[in-house]
Design a protein around this ligand. Structure first.
Ligand code: F6R
Length: 590
């Protein structure tokens, strides 16, 4: 959702800004821009990915950069950031919700706008407030803005100084040999900063004179703690080569190993009382993380015997408030910055619920708000489509469910000791990829498909469908196998593809019935199961044997062939798996 970076360095900063933007590119890639301030101001902004700026170089030790995911105004050179007004140059991540009213007011005051963005309005407001004191001008300008923002601002007549501010959009400051930075995300500062500090909402940051200073909303100096970031976030996946998504799938076994290790060392004592006393659990998340929350709800409800209520975060936050003291809310988010999940956490905390975060980024906003945080240590995930973080999230959530049972009944679920088997099972799943290549080749022309499952397999089916929609651009729906005949079977016809995940011995026959209904109408059926007899007795056209694990744990590995299937479908259809259309990682706007 747009990435911003700013730097004040002792040497030229253009290269550091470009490198940072390359690492931030997963936040948006429809246009990019850099402004560098030395003896003069140089700005380059272009439609397209960050590499559109590769030929740009300008001398100067102060600069800002942006990679855009368009909200207001189409992707274009003009709408690309940085935006300029008078002496002020600015990059912005977020949405100024009252921008139309502000724009009309500024136009009434004689201002002319060259872009369609909400950001230009912010630049104008700051410019009108600027009288040589950049910090005060940024404060004054932003005081008119409603919505969310992380901004980095420089003034043409103040080389060596940069001011940043944030509200509801992520912002960190970093320092290292390469200079002093502000940035949307920690991984983008890999190799540039050794120490990071998180800005809090309504904070202002001033960089200048070799120092980073933090101020509160009244511009009173405040201290924020610098820490060394989780080192795995600085190491990008390279296993498998080529696209990040492929490398990140290849890294699943190692990532699961890291997660297991971290969970083994985690101290759950701080959340014991809340979990022991909990009468209800809530799980909230978005997208892929929501599918892992669904698995948690199923597993935890089955082993604990208490209600576990699962909602997408965007729905949860606007429902009548049924959560309160004595409830525990589990918020799942790879980035820890997803706006809807963050607001759901705020709401639950305000109502007195105990909040547990499961996230990949221990220094994220959601982690900071939670009472207890489980950091999954999946490593930096750059591809927009979540893969390894899903598997690691599931592992964390299994562990959490097991701890809940232990705190309530002093015993662990029977599958608990098998969690150690997950990395090897994930590795084993890779050996099926050559078969999946054939399936993707067979189905690459499909215009729509169903992913069927029952029980836990439904969560996997939903995740498979999401991946296929997201990167292969094929309409796909994850659907309960038993529901097919209540309407959706109407789409089944010659060649219509249906993928079925069937890892529950108890429900396998029921899923097979659904496949038979499709098959007898000429549909093409692909079946995934760890049971040889389920496969051999099936009418499916394509059969894939999954690694065997306790049924409760199957979602953590049965999804792997589907992740790879989506990736292959994407390549077969000629798309870039790392840059799905219209999407960006880390959805920091509502
Ligand atoms: C899909 C995907 C998204 C994210 C969702 C939540 O592949 O990546 O659906 O899962 O935007 O993101 P986080 O987990 O960062 O809260």
């Amino acid at each position: 959702m747009c990435g911003i970076i700013g730097c004040v360095s002792e040497k030229d900063c253009c290269g550091a800004l470009y490198d940072g933007l390359k690492r931030l590119e997963y936040r948006g890639y429809d246009s990019a821009g850099i402004a560098v301030l030395g003896e003069k101001l140089s700005v380059c902004k272009k439609k397209g990915g960050v590499s559109a700026l590769s030929c740009f170089f300008a001398q100067g030790n102060t600069g800002i950069g942006h990679t855009r995911w368009a909200t207001h105004g189409a992707p274009s050179d003009t709408n690309a950031h940085p935006h300029r007004a008078g002496k002020i140059v600015l990059v912005h991540n977020g949405i100024a919700e009252n921008f139309s009213a502000l724009k009309a007011e500024l136009e009434g005051a004689g201002e002319c706008f060259y872009s369609e963005t909400d950001t230009e309005v912010i630049a104008k407001l700051i410019s009108r407030a600027y009288r040589g004191d950049l910090l005060s001008a940024v404060k004054e300008g932003l005081s008119r803005v409603e919505g969310s923002y992380a901004v980095a601002v420089i003034a043409e007549d103040r080389p060596g100084e940069l001011v940043a501010a944030k509200y509801k959009s992520p912002l960190v400051a970093g320092k290292g040999a390469a200079g002093l930075f502000v940035c949307s995300d920690i991984p983008a500062l890999a190799g540039a900063a050794d120490f990071i500090a998180r800005a809090e909402d309504k904070d202002f940051i001033r960089i200048g004179g070799g120092r980073i200073e933090f101020f509160d909303e009244n511009l009173k100096p405040v201290s924020r703690t610098f820490f060394r970031p989780q080192k795995e976030l600085f190491a990008l996946s390279v296993a498998g080569g080529g696209y990040f998504m492929r490398s990140e799938i290849a890294e699943i076994p190692q990532a699961l190993g890291r997660t297991l290790c971290a969970l083994g060392q985690a101290d759950f004592a701080p959340c014991a009382r809340a979990l022991r006393a909990a009468k209800r659990l809530f799980a909230v998340a978005c997208g892929t993380a929501y599918h892992s929350a669904l698995v948690f709800a199923d597993i935890a409800e089955a082993s604990l015997g208490i209600p576990v209520i699962c909602h997408t975060a965007g729905e949860f936050r606007y429902r009548p408030p049924v959560i309160g003291e004595g409830d525990v809310l589990i918020a799942v988010s790879q980035s820890g910055e997803t706006a809807d999940t963050l607001e759901a956490v705020r709401l639950a905390a305000e109502r007195g619920a105990y909040v547990i975060a499961v996230t990949n980024i221990g220094s994220s906003s959601i982690a900071a708000l939670a009472d207890f945080c489980l950091v999954m240590r999946a490593g930096a995930e750059v591809a927009v489509a979540a893969t390894k973080s899903y598997n690691c999230q599931l592992l964390c959530l299994y562990y959490l469910a097991a701890q809940c049972l232990f705190f309530k009944e002093e015993k662990y679920p029977d599958w608990f000791s098998s969690l150690n088997l997950l990395p090897a099972a994930a590795e084993e799943a890779f050996s099926r990829f050559s078969e999946i290549d054939g399936l993707a080749d067979r189905l690459k022309g499909a215009r729509a498909m169903y992913f069927l499952g029952r029980g836990l397999d439904l969560c996997t089916a939903k995740e498979g469908a999401l991946k296929v929609k997201e990167i292969a651009r094929v309409f796909a729906e994850g659907y309960p196998a038993g529901e097919l005949k209540h309407g959706s079977l109407a789409l089944a016809e010659e060649g219509f593809p249906v993928v079925c995940v069937s890892t529950s011995g108890r429900l396998a026959k029921k899923s097979e019935n659904a496949l038979a209904e499709v098959r007898s109408r000429g549909g093409y059926c692909a079946l995934f199961s760890q049971y040889e007899e389920v496969l051999s007795e099936s009418c499916a056209d394509f059969k894939c044997l999954l690694p065997a694990l306790p049924e409760a744990l199957m979602p953590a590995v049965s999804v792997i062939p589907l992740q790879y299937f989506a990736y292959k479908m994407c390549l077969e259809r000629g798309y870039d798996p790392d840059k799905p259309r219209n999407l960006a990682k880390s959805v920091t706007v509502e």
